[in-house]
Design a binder for this molecule. Structure first.
Ligand code: PLP
Length: 440
C-alpha cells in the first residue's frame, strides 16, 4: 500500500472535506500533499504536481517564498496574536496603509478605510452588513441586495443569499435573505447580446425597486466560480451610474480577481470604476495565511460615526476573535512588497498573454466548447461525454503531473502569477493531452 493510500484511508475515517461528495472521495484518490515548493505540490509518496490552480486561487507567488516565510517567522518572534478590539498593532496599521495606497482610483470618492476579516465569505458578510446599516444610518432601511445570476460570493448565509449559482445555493434557499436576482452580462445562455439584456434587466430592477436596494454586488469583469464568465467593462460603469442614481451602494467582490490575478492589481481597473465597498481575500497574503478585508469609501465610514442627537449607536457591531491577526498582516505586507519589487502584475500580464497563445489550439478542438479568460483566470469548457467530464480531464492532467480543479465541465487554470515558461508549457501540454484523452 502506498503512503497516499494509507493516509487517504485514515482521512476517510474522520475528515469531512469542504464542497466534497464523500461517497466518491476514496476512489477519486485525493492527492495527499506533504510539502510544496514554488509552483509544485509534492505528495507523501514524493510525486510532484504542478499547482495549476494556485491552491484554490491563492498562492500568487508560488509556495515557500523566502520573503513571506521570513516575514511570518519574524512576526511570530515578536507578536503572535492580540485582539483588534480595544488594541491595535503595527502590521495591521501598515497593511491598511498599503491597501489604501494600492486601492483602485477614479474621479469618484476613493476607498479610504480597511475593515479586516478572515476569508472571502466573511469579508462579503461584513460588506453586506455595512451596506445595510449604511442605509439605515443615512436615511431609511433598504433591505434588499441586487445580485447577479450565477454569482458566487462565498458559502456563509449572507454570501449565499447574494449568490446565484444553483449548485451551491439551491439547498439553502429557504434560509436566505430576500434578494433581487438580475441577469448576468457573462451568461452565454442569453446569446450574443447578453450585455444589453443584462443591462436592461438591471436598469428595470433599479427603476422598479431601487429605493429598496441598499447595494448592488458583483464580481467585477468575470464571475469566477460560475466557470470564468467574463463580461464587458461597460456593465460596471452603468452599474456605478445606476447605483448612484438610486442611492444604493456598489460592492465589488474582488476576492478572486484582486492582487494581479486579472492582469491588473484590481479587476475594477479594467473599467476605471471605484466601488463604495471592495472585498478582497485569497491572494492578499500570497496564499500563506487566511486573511481578507473590506475596503470602504469615506462616506460609508462616516455614516458609522456618532453624531450629536443620535438615539441609537452607529457602531459597526461586527468582528471576530482573529480579526487582523498580526501574522496574517505581516504575510500580506511581505506579499505586497514582493509584488511591487518584482512587478508581479506585469508578470501576470505576460503569463496571461502567453497562455492565450498556447491555448489557441486547445480552443479549436471539437471537444472544447469555449475558452474564457481574463489575465490569468482561465476556464476551458469541455463538451460533456459523461457525468463528470471536467473532473475526468483534471484526473488525466494529474497523470501528467499537473494538478487542476474543475467547476462542472469547465476546467480552471489559475496558476501562480510568477509561473516560469517551462512550467507554463507543461501546464498547457498536460491539459492538451488530457482534453484529447477524455473528449477527443
Ligand atoms: N467571493 C468570490 C468572488 C470568490 O470567488 C470566493 C471564493 O472562491 C469567495 C468570495 C469566498 O471566499 P472564501 O472561500 O475565502 O470564503
Amino acid at each position: 500500500m502506498t503512503a497516499s493510500a494509507e493516509w487517504t484511508a485514515r482521512d476517510a475515517s474522520t475528515v469531512w472535506h469542504p464542497f466534497t461528495q464523500h461517497a466518491n472521495w476514496t476512489e477519486d484518490r485525493p492527492v495527499v500533499v506533504d510539502r510544496a515548493e514554488g509552483p509544485w505540490l509534492i505528495d507523501v509518496d514524493g510525486r510532484r504536481y504542478l499547482d495549476g490552480v494556485s491552491s484554490l486561487w491563492t498562492t500568487t507567488l508560488g509556495h515557500g517564498h523566502p520573503d513571506i516565510n521570513a516575514a511570518i517567522t519574524a512576526q511570530l518572534a515578536k507578536l503572535d496574536h492580540s485582539t483588534f478590539l480595544g488594541t491595535t498593532h503595527t502590521p495591521g496599521i501598515e497593511l491598511s496603509e498599503a491597501l489604501i495606497d494600492l486601492a483602485p482610483k477614479s474621479d469618484g470618492p476613493p476607498l479610504t478605510k480597511v475593515f479586516y476579516a478572515g476569508d472571502g465569505s466573511s469579508a462579503v458578510e461584513a460588506a453586506l452588513k455595512i451596506a445595510y446599516q449604511y442605509s439605515t444610518q443615512t436615511g431609511r432601511s433598504r433591505p434588499k441586495f441586487v445580485r447577479l445570476d450565477h454569482a458566487y460570493h462565498g458559502d456563509t448565509l449572507g454570501a449565499v443569499a447574494v449568490g446565484g449559482h444553483d449548485l451551491f445555493h439551491q439547498a439553502y434557499k429557504p434560509l436566505l435573505l430576500d434578494t433581487i436576482g438580475v441577469s448576468s452580462p457573462g451568461d452565454r445562455a442569453l446569446g450574443a447580446d447578453r450585455y444589453a439584456v443584462a443591462l436592461a434587466d438591471l436598469r428595470a430592477v433599479m427603476e422598479a425597486s431601487g429605493d429598496q436596494v441598499c447595494a448592488i454586488i458583483v464580481e467585477p469583469m468575470i464571475q469566477g466560480a460560475a466557470g470564468m464568465l467574463d463580461y464587458d467593462a461597460d456593465y460596471l460603469r452603468t452599474a456605478r451610474e445606476l447605483a448612484d442614481a438610486h442611492g444604493a451602494l456598489l460592492i465589488f467582490d474582488e476576492v478572486a480577481t484582486g492582487f494581479g490575478r486579472t492582469g491588473k492589481m484590481w479587476a475594477a481597473e479594467h473599467a476605471g470604476v471605484v466601488p463604495d465597498l471592495l472585498t478582497c481575500g485569497k491572494g492578499i497574503t500570497g496564499g500563506y495565511l487566511p486573511l481578507s478585508a473590506v475596503l470602504a469609501a469615506e462616506h460609508v465610514y462616516e455614516a458609522f460615526l456618532t453624531r450629536p442627537g443620535d438615539t441609537a449607536p452607529r457602531t459597526f457591531f461586527h468582528g471576530h476573535t482573529y480579526t487582523a491577526n498580526p501574522l496574517c498582516c505581516a504575510a500580506a505586507l511581505a506579499n505586497l512588497r514582493v509584488m511591487g519589487e518584482q512587478d508581479v502584475v506585469g508578470q501576470a500580464v505576460r503569463l496571461g498573454e502567453r497562455l492565450t497563445k498556447l491555448l489557441e489550439p486547445v480552443g479549436a478542438k471539437d471537444g472544447v466548447v469555449e475558452i474564457r479568460q481574463l489575465g490569468t483566470m482561465i476556464g476551458v469548457e469541455v463538451a460533456p461525454v459523461g457525468e463528470r467530464t471536467g473532473f475526468a480531464v483534471c484526473q488525466a492532467a494529474r497523470e501528467r503531473g499537473v494538478w487542476l480543479r474543475p467547476l462542472g465541465d469547465t476546467v480552471v487554470l489559475m496558476p501562480p502569477l510568477t509561473l516560469g515558461d517551462d512550467e507554463t508549457d507543461l501546464l498547457v501540454n498536460a491539459l492538451t493531452e488530457a482534453v484529447d484523452e477524455v473528449v477527443g
